[in-house]
Design a protein around this ligand. Sequence first.
Ligand code: PCA
Length: 324
Amino acid sequence: MKRRTLNLSIAAGLLAFSAAAQAQTKWDLPAAYPATNFHTVNLNQFAADIDKASGGKLKITVHPNASLFKAPEIKRAVQGGQAQIGEILMVNFQNEWGVWGADGLPFLATSYDDAMKLWRAQRPMVEKKLAEQGMMALYAVPWPPQGIYSKKPLSSAADLKGIKWRAYSPATARIAELVGAQPVTVQAAEVSQAFATGVTESMMSSGSTGADAKLHEHVKFWYDTQAWLPKNLVIVNRAAFNALDKATQDAVMKAAADAEVRGLAESKKANVSSLNILKAGGMQILPPPAQLTADMKKVGDTLLTEWLSKAGPEGQQLVDAFRK
Ligand code: PCA
């Protein structure tokens, strides 16, 4: 009798244990930027919010700095279910589909307000595209405005001829070609090393990535061209999302909406703080000389024309919706 009771209680305990194990879902979230970057800090808060709101049912582990997948591989990993959720840089995927690259077009959307306006125009298209690919969009956060880092002072685009230029996307590589620089594609996680070893000597990016990479140790000038604000987007595998119960799905969507608002505010703060870090490290933060601005605007016009011809009616529709 005694023995039977014991066996039953063990069985009951095992049942309760396996129910708890089943009720807890674990997701991996590959991200491409350093743990201290504001995007990554925001991702960790997003994960903590979901943990709390779901009563510990959904645990998301953020893997920063391209430690799980390299930046250009994250989208495919989420699509294939190797990761349930991930953070991508939309402009990395411009060759697959033009709309991904709209926020990397120089001088189309140049302020935070415009970046979010462009996102509102992009979002329905992006949602449709991701749905076709078995994924969903959760939230997007812009990087701070993009300027030009250079080892030597610049007065016009001609000063960029022949220099080794770090690109992070098809558009930043194309800019290099148009100004006669030598593009080398290097993802953010390797920027510090690329400049330290002389593989690259200039690039367009935000103060945030420059500060992450301590670029003031290698580069003395940053020209504040405010050319565009590319966005990171958090995407989720549709089947993984569908497998959650309704309350947990709601917790994810609510945390995503909060993360989008919080991320925008943090990006604005990072814009100021990162430029201060670079300045304190001895970098000159300068307005672009008039000729450099004029030259880069021309480059921007070329990129927009080329992009429109590739992106087709969908691209035009997006630009029209943004400019309305
Ligand atoms: N930092 C990222 C993308 C845009 C930015 O500001 C990078 O340089 O890779």
